[in-house]
Design a protein around this ligand. Structure first.
Ligand SMILES: [Zn+2]
Ligand SMILES: [Zn+2]
Length: 258
């Protein structure tokens, strides 16, 4: 979940926590879009100088809601060549988990950015999906992350390839399994044009067969989105054959029934 520090989410962490308590969640986690080495990289992430404030805001939420477990994490953009930076970020705090996310399929195109939707129109969706899953597989193989974010984010604006993407999905899932990386079931897709949880039922079924661990995420960018549509995510996981989900503390994974 996010905070106003990324400049496109609203509400303080303590308000997210209040909502979590209200709907009966026992544990939540904040994973703000992590800083880049240069603050002018784009305009939708936390600035490096705000890391201390981020931690303070989450600490306040913890003090205000002592009965709720609140994890401190980051959603880190994976771009090839950024590995050393990601290692540095990992060492800046004792994070509970790092979520590896691919938004950028090139150094300048974040494919889920509504301001850049016109970029899709000049491209073959299959080429974009291939580039996206290539980077997602690299993110899983990098060993830098505990969880991989929104595994088919490339469907957000409904530019679907006509080709069979099974080989792209399988390569990613095999890498995740081999490296022990979990995959999130992220309900924010239901709030986007694609109107579907990330990733699709096909990918969740393949992941279950492969034995890739899962987490549940609402990717809330506002207090009212905390835990949104979790019932559907649980149903999707169960129908694919999952019985366990994982949680993290200090970057150690623990699996439990759901
Ligand atoms: Zn965001
Ligand atoms: Zn993301």
């Amino acid at each position: 979940m996010h905070t106003p520090l990324c400049h496109h989410a609203v509400g303080e962490p303590t308000e997210y926590a209040a909502q979590a308590v209200k709907i009966g969640l026992r544990e939540i986690g904040f994973s703000e879009h992590s800083p880049m080495p240069r603050d002018d990289f784009d305009d939708w992430r936390m600035l490096l100088g705000d890391l201390g404030e981020y931690i303070a805001k989450i600490d306040k939420a913890r003090r205000d809601h002592p009965g709720l477990a609140i994890k401190m994490a980051l959603e880190v953009d994976y771009l090839p060549g950024h590995e050393d930076w990601i290692r540095e970020l990992a060492g800046r705090h004792s994070w509970d988990y790092l979520i590896g996310a691919v938004h950028y399929v090139s150094d300048s195109w974040d494919l889920d950015n509504p301001k850049k939707i016109s970029q899709w129109k000049d491209r073959d969706p299959y080429e974009v999906w291939s580039a996206y899953f290539e980077r997602l597989t690299m993110a899983a193989e990098s060993g830098l992350f505990d969880i991989i974010a929104h595994a088919d984010l490339c469907k957000k604006f409904c530019f679907y390839p006509t080709q069979d993407c099974l080989p792209l999905f399988t390569r990613f899932l095999k890498a995740a399994k081999q490296k022990g990386v979990a995959m999130e079931l992220n309900t924010s897709g239901l709030r986007k044009d694609c109107k579907e949880i990330y990733p699709s039922p096909q990918i969740v079924r393949l992941a279950a067969r492969e034995g890739v661990p899962i987490t549940f995420a609402s990717d809330a960018h506002a207090p009212g989105e905390v835990g949104m549509n979790f019932g559907e995510a649980v149903e999707l996981a169960r129908s694919a054959g999952y019985t366990h989900r994982c949680r993290f503390a200090q970057r150690r994974r623990e699996e439990a029934k759901f």
